[in-house]
Design a protein around this ligand. Structure first.
Ligand SMILES: [Zn+2]
Length: 476
């Protein structure tokens, strides 16, 4: 039996949806991905002595939530952590994150506008005619149409792209790249998208030609296989195009991480460091790969901005994704979502083609001139499904948090990391906001989980209430 051990950060599932979306002409608002200026530069303790559970994170003097002998009030402790963030910093990160809500809408409207324009102006039909004059082979026609279409969409949406991913990131102090360096990576990304996107379109249109009525079933299989490659092959082959991975040489950091990996049967022998500070100040890490390629990687921002308890808290979360098989589970959820989406797309595409097909010069599902229509329908469904997709991913992230806190046993470390992530993700949203827009639990939710854990895991000597009810050792 082939046993696949796969995991990457859950964010990759969104990357795949983004890729489908890009392929279908939908330029999604990708997630805000940077951590702001370091809230508190804490140095890494030089001597950390492996796993002595529960003893890592005594309430240091930075901790606003002091553990009292009468027990910890998780609600008050959570509030104390949140109150430790200066007002002006909070306002800045709230503004950044709330701006992202609007970008979702602008990106959708832009994508929809491009699709409608390509159809109603007849440009899509002319691109198809051009491809047909160029070659009589269907596969080459799709290749020609696909490359031109993807380039056209990229160019038209470039102004919003550059605002969102370059100027806005710098405006909030989240990016570290100069324009030439950023643009160079854009071109690499465009090259990867053109290759991957065109292959996807070639296979998808082969399905359309062979099964014009049941394509939505076979198309789902294609999308799942394709997403498997994007999710599990991409980290190994595509990430190195943008960043350098090298073995982490500091045993005082790698050893506590490898100890947690051994304790959870994760087959790795070394930890890698990735130079994410080239692009961003965001703190992150991942456990990725299949079979022999399983790899734990920490980004250098995590190493520079966090102490060992915080690093352990982050890595235990990532290991949670691996141990709980989140890669395989999310791939399954994704398949179900795509199946429903494609079924609805089929109905809507046929209805639209009957009504406007003549006018737009779209002959049917197998005609590449209809690609903007497919993109319009699928991106609309994706846009409407935003709260559902975010919730599926957020719930999975919460599972990894629960695994992480039990493995790392670092409630204060987890709280501090949650505050650092709060530099680009609003810390204290309303429940509705969290439901619609959050693909990770909010900072408040994460700190509350950490404080609940801390309150429930006080050692008996520190919990006088518990002690007074059980004054004697029973010895059972
Ligand atoms: Zn995660």
């Amino acid at each position: 039996m082939l046993c696949l051990h796969v995991i990457t950060d859950v964010v990759l599932v969104k990357k795949f949806l983004v890729l489908i979306a890009i392929v279908s002409g939908f330029v999604t608002a990708s997630m805000p991905v940077s951590l702001g200026e370091t809230p508190a530069r804490t140095s890494i303790p030089s001597a950390i002595s492996g796993d002595t559970a529960g003893k890592f994170s005594g309430p240091g003097k930075e901790s606003p939530a002091l553990r009292e002998s009468t027990g910890l009030d998780p609600g008050a402790a959570t509030q104390a952590w949140l109150d430790s963030v200066p007002q002006e910093k909070r306002e800045k990160s709230d503004a950044y994150f709330e701006g992202g809500y609007w970008l979702l809408l602008w990106n959708y409207l832009l994508a929809a506008g491009i699709s409608i324009f390509l159809l109603s102006s007849g440009i899509s039909a002319r691109l198809r005619d051009f491809s047909e004059r160029l070659t009589r082979y269907k596969t080459l026609q799709i290749t020609c149409y696909g490359v031109l279409y993807l380039l056209l969409v990229y160019v038209v949406s470039f102004p919003l792209n550059i605002y969102e991913h370059f100027f806005r990131e710098h405006q909030y102090g989240l990016a570290t790249q100069s324009f030439p360096a950023w643009f160079r990576e854009q071109l690499i990304g465009l090259g990867v998208t053109l290759m991957g996107g065109t292959i996807f379109l070639i296979v998808l249109y082969a399905v359309f030609r062979r099964a014009p009525k049941t394509w939505w079933i076979w198309g789902t299989a294609v999308a799942v296989v394709f997403s498997f490659f994007v999710l599990f092959i991409a980290p190994v082959f595509i990430d190195p195009l943008f960043n350098t991975y090298k073995p982490l040489t500091k045993p005082e950091i790698s050893e506590p991480i490898l100890a947690m990996a051994r304790a959870n049967q994760i087959p790795v022998k070394q930890v890698f460091e990735v130079d994410a500070s080239r692009q961003t100040t965001r703190v992150s890490a991942n456990v990725s790969g299949i079979l022999g390629t399983t790899r734990i990687a920490l980004n250098d921002n995590l190493l520079n901005q966090c102490n060992v308890p915080e690093i352990r808290a982050v890595m235990a979360h990532e290991m949670g994704h691996y141990v709980l098989n989140h890669g395989a589970k999310l791939l399954t959820y994704l398949g179900i979502f795509v199946l429903i989406g494609f079924a609805l797309t089929r109905i809507l595409f046929d209805a639209a083609a009957r009504r406007w097909g003549q006018k737009w010069g779209v002959r049917g599902i197998a005609d590449p001139a209809g690609l903007p229509l497919l993109a319009l329908i699928f991106s609309t469904l994706l846009f409407l499904a935003t709260p559902f997709l975010n919730t599926v991913v957020r719930v999975t992230e919460r599972e990894a948090d629960a695994f992480g806190i039990n493995t790392a046993r670092e409630p204060d470390g987890m709280a501090k990391v949650a505050l650092k992530l709060g530099a680009y993700r609003k810390l204290n949203p309303t429940p509705l906001e969290e439901f619609i827009f959050y693909d990770h639990p909010s900072g408040r939710a994460r700190i509350r989980m950490a404080m609940d854990w801390k309150a429930a895991n006080l050692s008996p000597g520190e919990n006088s209430k518990y002690e007074s009810q059980n004054p004697k050792q029973t010895g059972e």
